[in-house]
Design a protein around this ligand. Sequence first.
Ligand SMILES: [Mg+2]
Length: 229
Amino acid sequence: MKPRAVLLDLDGTLVDHDGAAAAGLRGWLPALGLVATDEAIARWAAVQEPHLAAWRDGRITFAEQRRRRLRDYLGADGADAELDELFAGYVTHYESAWRAFDDAAGALAALAAAGVATAVLTNGTRGQQLRKLSRTGLADRAGPVFTVDDLGAAKPHAAAFHRACERWGHPPAAVLSVGDNHALDVLGARAAGLSAVHLDRYGRGPADEPHRIASLRDLPPLLGAARLT
Ligand SMILES: [Mg+2]
């Protein structure tokens, strides 16, 4: 079955999450008396993954994964309320740096013009992801938004894909998953019966992935839609 519906990831796919996180750290770390070196920014991304994985698997809450990230990152402990307040400082800077990738709006418009339905499936929280889409100008273009809060499951678990497809009204076999995270958006989607394309913006691979695009501009032609710039 040729996909007539595209399920898009949000962070790293439509919106430049890494760029916003780096800008957020450059704003936030100096307020803590720390220097926002490239290494300090890379370490932020490195410490988060085990805690995000624990949250995706339902072992800890979203708030708790933030606290654990801070404990690891700063080497400091504190009461939950103190850590939550500290993290809120980072979030303020992070949110002010949200930007859509410059290929996102055009790709969504091209797909819509070709009659291809789009929706968003994200491992982020509902409130923050809706604000993100709104502030980056994509809310009216992206289609329905499915989050872990709504579905009770996170990517790469098949339940996240199945529940999103069911609520959206498209069978998994008719849906193409597109995202920047190969394990979550591509392998997870295929295991759930969807087809999938890896958005590999920075050429990081895996190189043996046969269905790979470097830009969302390359997505509409895959679905028989005109390529808009
Ligand atoms: Mg992503």
